[in-house]
Design a binder for this molecule. Structure first.
Ligand code: FAD
Length: 373
């Protein structure tokens, strides 16, 4: 008899499995239908020995000391600040998010102060009475030219929807700067796990109370293995047999290539905002990991309507559909729904760890160790 079945060996499942086993001394069975642990953060050495990420580049960044300290139990870190350039149709490479260098390089200007750059934005910003869509957010801040150069095509490719149809939350996550800060993230902690994510997950799950079975779907375990309670980190609609219909996701196809050259591009990620190419970005792992090698591995991301669920589509009708599943989840005893798929939200890794640690505190406060409720 296991005390817990944890469905999914990503950040949500592994964080909870470790806490339940270590702090409460409970017996935990972790399953994942993929043939590996670490969920979407999974990394591995490819045939050329380059450490790469099967599900696209993952960069750890957080403002949470608690999350950083928690994960630091399982890994040493490599300091890494991610930088992104956008390749424009005319071939120019400019910093993304838009900053003073972007404005100067695009327009052959030499603005030197934040005031000058703010004035540049303000002269071009369009007045929008009520900001509703992603298009409104950007056009009201920096005007139509920058919007069309950086956001329109990229968003249409990424989401298969025009920014005018997308919730304002999508582009409000993308800042615009008047200074020359060209870091993609500004969080206080920005690191990569020194030996990679999979090695960190191995340490998290390496506990005598934890049994891990990969390549196994929940449907193969349900009713066959005895356990008292469940941590569910898979899609919430799947748990309820898609009773109210499928929650929509945007997917990606990854093209991984190892090249017989030392470097491919000048930074970790280059975005391709224009619609003249079907992909959104190319990432080169050696920038992230610091690995030294004669060859290099890159991943190109092609947004797709079908495939693995990656990005919940932020539209009001989808939020309403999720609410119906959330109500069912709240009414299901002995099952805890945690992580990006179980709560239908785009979460970064640190947010998932924070959510899992908060769930653990709620379990501690309400569930006696070992006993059935
Ligand atoms: P997952 O990692 O998806 O784990 C859930 C696991 O459950 C999966 O392995 C799945 O196989 C398993 N599962 C589901 N259903 C079942 C079932 N029925 N039976 C058995 N197993 C099941 N975050 C960052 O902080 N920084 C980044 O740079 C970053 N880059 C990203 C890039 C891309 C392309 C994407 C898509 C996401 C990125 N993220 C990034 C987000 C990050 O991937 C997530 O925050 C994190 O993976 C969420 O962890 P999770 O445990 O909730 O989900």
């Amino acid at each position: 008899m296991f005390d817990w079945l944890v469905v999914g060996a990503g950040f949500a499942g592994a964080t909870l499995a470790e806490r339940l086993a270590t702090v409460r001394g409970e017996r935990v069975l972790v399953i994942d239908r993929r043939d590996h642990i670490a969920g979407n953060a999974y990394d591995e050495q490819d045939a050329a020995g380059i450490l790469m990420h099967r599900y696209g580049p993952h960069i750890f960044h957080t403002n949470s000391d608690a999350v950083f300290e928690h994960l630091s139990r399982f890994t040493k870190w490599r300091a890494y600040e991610h930088r992104v350039l956008a390749k424009l149709a005319d071939g120019k490479l400019v910093p993304m998010p838009i900053n003073r260098t972007t404005v100067n390089r695009m327009n052959d200007l030499s603005l030197t102060t934040e005031e000058e750059v703010e004035a540049f934005f303000n002269e071009r910003a369009e007045k929008v009475d009520e900001i509703r869509s992603s298009e409104d957010v950007v056009v009201s801040r920096v005007g139509r030219h920058l919007y069309e150069t950086f956001f329109r095509g990229y968003t249409r490719k990424q989401w298969g929807l025009d920014p005018s149809e997308l919730d304002k939350s999508v582009t409000s996550r993308v800042p615009t700067r008047a200074n020359t800060d060209d870091r993609y993230f500004t969080d206080t902690h920005q690191f990569m796990p020194l030996d990679g994510y999979t090695a960190m997950f191995k340490r998290m799950l390496d506990h005598p109370n934890i049994t891990v079975i990969t390549g196994t779907d929940y449907s193969a375990i349900k009713g066959k293995v005895p356990y008292r309670r469940t941590i569910w980190t898979g899609p919430v609609d799947e748990f309820f047999g898609f009773e109210h219909g499928k929650l929509p996701y945007r997917s990606l196809t990854f093209k991984h290539e190892t090249l017989d050259q030392e470097w491919y591009q000048p930074c970790g990620t280059v975005n391709y905002p224009g619609e003249e190419v079907p992909f959104t970005r190319i990432s080169e792992y050696k920038h992230l990991t610091g690995q030294v090698a004669d060859k290099t591995t890159i991943t190109t991301e092609f947004p797709a309507a079908e495939g693995d669920p990656y990005y919940p589509v932020p539209r009001p009708e989808n939020a309403a559909l999720y609410k119906r599943y959330e109500a069912m989840a709240d009414a299901t005893p002995d099952v805890w729904f945690v992580g990006r798929l179980a709560t239908y939200r785009y979460y970064n890794m640190d947010q998932v760890v924070a959510q899992a640690l908060a769930t653990f505190r709620r379990i501690e406060a309400s569930v006696p160790v070992g006993a059935a409720e």
